[in-house]
Design a protein around this ligand. Structure first.
Ligand code: ZN
Length: 137
């Protein structure tokens, strides 16, 4: 396993525009991208803090993962994403160690990253995402 840093923190929000206003006006961060990920039924907004990003997630479908999360838990931290080198190998290692994988194989996430989620039941309660920027590595 080769984790280099926290790539991003994913935060579920009810309203993307209102949340962007808070992050910009109160925290003084700058939203540099808004992207819809149809696959995950979300609209995302990104902010950079050094090497780490904040990813705001607004649901586009109440039946999608963020829609369900918001209904159950309300707004808040949804997942934490680690930047790894060699995501396929990292997933194989996780599998060997008995970690429950949500994604057996990496898929495409926002910003063209390869991503895969680990089940919070086997990570002490945190939904974890592994991601790799294959354009960089
Ligand atoms: Zn994420």
């Amino acid at each position: 396993m080769n984790i280099s840093h926290i790539e991003h923190i994913g935060i579920a929000v009810k309203n993307l525009e209102e949340s962007i206003t808070f992050y910009e006006n109160v925290l003084g961060l700058e939203c540099y991208a808004i992207e819809e990920v149809a696959d995950q039924k979300v609209r995302t907004a990104f902010f950079k803090l050094g090497q780490t990003k904040i990813e705001l997630l607004e649901s586009t479908d109440p039946e999608g993962p963020i829609g369900k999360f918001l209904e159950k838990k309300g707004e808040g931290v949804h997942h934490m994403a680690f930047a790894v080198k060699g995501i396929e190998g990292a997933l194989a290692q996780m599998d060997e160690k008995g970690v429950r994988l949500i994604d057996q194989k990496p898929r495409k996430g926002a910003e063209g990253l390869d991503i895969a989620f680990l089940h919070p039941k086997s990570t002490h309660g945190v939904l974890m995402e592994l991601c790799e920027d294959k354009n960089k590595s």
